[in-house]
Design a protein around this ligand. Structure first.
Ligand code: GLN
Length: 488
């Protein structure tokens, strides 16, 4: 093949196929070969659809499938329903689940000509930050397989880093796109809540969940969002706001360039020195581009984790009630009676982390505790959201870390849920406020004598993705960290 897929972006793959430099079949086969060769050590995919993907690629080559993404091979997270294959949420509970419809985001990308290679591994029901809670084995970080890829969309991020796809889709409830993007050295965008339809996305916490793209560039994320986003009458929470035509025009200068820095995100105690110096460098880059740097205050940041872990678990306990072995999911074999059937089906089907969340959420919603925990969390959630509204009166994007440092070792935090939860400190507030955030590669940090990727985050006002992406592109253009790839 005329092209090395380990050095490309989605835009280049797209141009190569539409310009007939490479056929769609060759392109798809190249990714499938690479998956077959290397995914044994990474475990990024839960399943691949080789035959279907090649059939669709053939139709692209014959001109029977057309569209702006014709022949572009992508991967989707294992919680987006498709009428082909299985949708398991990396859980035993849904190990046999075959959906009979396509989620809107995936359908729109396929309608635009994209080719789905397979479904990627994740933390069970998207609950986790390391892709270790999945029922079918952990995903490893392609930069070093002793380390986690982050989570919950760890498979999607690892597939991107390992060049097992040209673009991929994840979901972000509290950081599940941005955190793994950061730890795997790829770009990940969490759009505004309501930007991308949640139809066909298996629900974790419905007021926080949002589908978004991974890519090797800001432009690639913009392209995927452009074709999958926008209003969908099948999801009443999808916003009736059109995707701007020029969303993927990321090289245009943003109209305004005021970069906000919040002291709450700049703790020298919390942040790895490499993260701190990456931020200093980013500030210099923005200054050189003519930005005004403004100090902003996000005083309720410290409540982000407790509020998130009440709201998210409360919603999860309600959403996951449907998996009882009757309506949905794994059913136990020889139950004594109906109550035993429910209890045993759930005990067998769910893993420990999911059970922990269901119990936490059920507790927070129980009468007597509802006001003390759930209701109070909603009030603080509003305060967090107001912090951002005020901050965006004086800036156009907030620059901050995605995570405090690089990837941790597999197993390191697995049995310490609190330390795992604290890992989400810089990402959960964007979900609570419903605003968009992007994580971009920002160089590396040293762990155990090795260099591992770190990321940097930009947060923007709701529905201002066009401006956010243009601001992000300024940093990317000045650094090119996004083009670095792990040695496999
Ligand atoms: N790590 C967070 C959690 O465990 C976020 C997960 C997500 O965004 N799906 O809940």
């Amino acid at each position: 093949m005329a092209m090395d897929i380990t050095k490309t972006t989605l835009s280049e793959v797209r141009e190569a196929v539409t310009g007939k430099e490479v056929s769609a079949v060759e392109m798809t086969q190249a990714y499938l070969d690479r998956i077959a060769k290397y995914d044994g050590k990474i475990n990024a995919y839960r399943e691949t659809y080789d035959e279907r993907a090649l059939e669709r690629a053939k139709l692209v080559d014959e001109g029977k499938i057309e569209g702006p993404l014709a022949g572009v091979p992508i991967a989707i997270k294992d919680l987006m329903c498709t009428e082909y294959g299985k949708t398991c949420c990396s859980s035993k509970m849904l190990a046999k689940f075959e959906a009979f419809y396509n989620s809107t985001a995936v359908k729109r990308l396929e309608d635009a000509g994209a080719i789905v290679l397979g479904k990627t591994n994740m933390d069970e029901f998207a609950m986790g930050s390391s892709t270790e809670t999945c029922a079918f084995g952990a995903t490893k970080n392609p930069w070093d397989t002793d380390y986690v890829p982050g989570g919950s969309s760890g498979g999607a991020a690892a597939a991107m880093a390992a060049d097992f796809c040209a673009g991929s889709l994840g979901s972000d409830t509290g950081g599940s796109i941005r955190q793994p993007a950061s730890l795997c050295g790829v770009t990940g965008l969490k759009p505004t809540y309501g930007r991308v339809s949640r139809w066909g996305l298996v629900a974790f916490a419905s007021s926080l969940d949002q589908i978004g793209p991974f890519g090797h560039s800001v432009k690639d994320c913009a392209t995927l969002l452009k074709y999958m986003g926008g209003h969908d009458e099948l999801d009443s929470t999808s916003a009736n706001i059109a995707i701007p035509e020029d969303l993927d025009d990321v090289d245009t200068k943003p109209k305004k360039l005021r970069i906000g820095i919040a002291k709450q995100y700049m703790s020298d105690e919390a942040n790895d020195p490499a993260v701190a110096s990456a931020l200093v460098k980013a500030i210099e880059i923005y200054k050189a581009a003519g930005a005004e740097i403004v100090e902003v205050d996000l005083p309720h940041t410290e409540y982000g984790i407790p509020v998130y872990y009440i709201v998210a678990t409360a919603e999860a306990s309600s959403n996951l009630a449907r998996y009882d072995g009757v309506h949905y999911g794994h059913r136990t074999q020889t139950p004594d009676d109906l109550v035993d059937l429910y209890a045993r089906s759930r005990a067998e089907g769910f893993g420990d982390e999911v059970k922990r969340r269901i119990m936490l959420g059920t507790y927070a919603l129980s009468s007597g505790y509802y006001d003390a925990y759930y209701n109070r969390s909603l009030k603080v959630r509003r305060l967090i959201s107001n912090d951002f509204k005020t901050a965006f009166e004086s800036c156009d994007a907030i620059l901050c870390p995605t995570t405090t440092g690089p990837a941790f070792k597999l197993g390191e935090k697995k049995d310490d849920p609190l330390s795992m939860y604290l890992n989400d400190i810089y990402t959960v507030t964007a979900n609570l406020a419903g605003i968009p955030g992007i994580s971009m590669p920002a160089g590396t940090a040293e762990v155990d004598g090795k260099q591992m990727p770190i990321g940097m985050q930009l947060l923007g006002p709701a529905f201002e993705e066009t401006s956010l992406l243009r601001i992000a592109r300024i940093y990317e253009a000045a650094t090119d960290y996004n083009l670095e790839r792990p040695k496999m």
